[in-house]
Design a protein around this ligand. Structure first.
Ligand code: MG
Length: 160
């Protein structure tokens, strides 16, 4: 009998000039980038939180506090790989991940395939187990005004 575990992740980062825009480990050319203590990869953060949620291991802030200098400007792929190890230790593996990036600009369609590939590599799963979708918020709210990007994610785990 499969023990299935679902987890939910949500994250937001501010968009400002003078920062790189890194989403799903892919650097995207744009006039603004995401601000954060780490590299501010909002997509990887939401995925990391969904995985922690599915395994009831707390949240990304518990594991990698932004008060800790060792996480300053850290590549979020390192945090994600760290959590993959934790969930493996708990006896779980990933069934699939689904993420929605809410961003008015830039258009993300040309980068989605590369993001999925990169995330799948870090998660040690197939690309077909990783879905990344993009939507605008029709000009409404902070995403619509170009002030930030948010990401919603679900992750499904099962026994190893
Ligand atoms: Mg974050």
């Amino acid at each position: 009998m499969n023990n299935l575990r679902i987890g939910y992740g949500y994250d937001i980062h501010r968009l400002e000039e003078g920062y790189p825009l890194i989403l799903g480990g892919v650097t995207i050319p744009f006039e603004k980038g995401l601000v954060g203590h780490s590299d501010a990869d909002v997509l990887l953060h939401a995925i990391t939180d969904a995985l922690l949620g599915a395994s009831a291991l707390g949240d990304i802030g518990n594991h990698f506090p932004d008060s800790d200098d060792k996480y300053e400007n850290i590549d979020s792929r390192i945090l994600l790989r760290n959590v993959i190890e934790l969930i493996a230790q708990e006896g779980y593996k990933i069934v699939n991940i689904d993420a929605t990036v809410v961003a008015e600009q830039p258009k993300l369609a040309p980068y989605i395939s590369k993001m999925r590939e990169q995330i799948a590599e870090d998660l040690e799963v197939g690309k077909d187990q990783v879905s990344v979708k993009a939507t605008t918020s029709e000009g409404l709210g902070f995403e619509g005004e170009g002030k930030g990007i948010s990401v919603l994610t679900v992750a499904l785990l099962t026994n190893r």
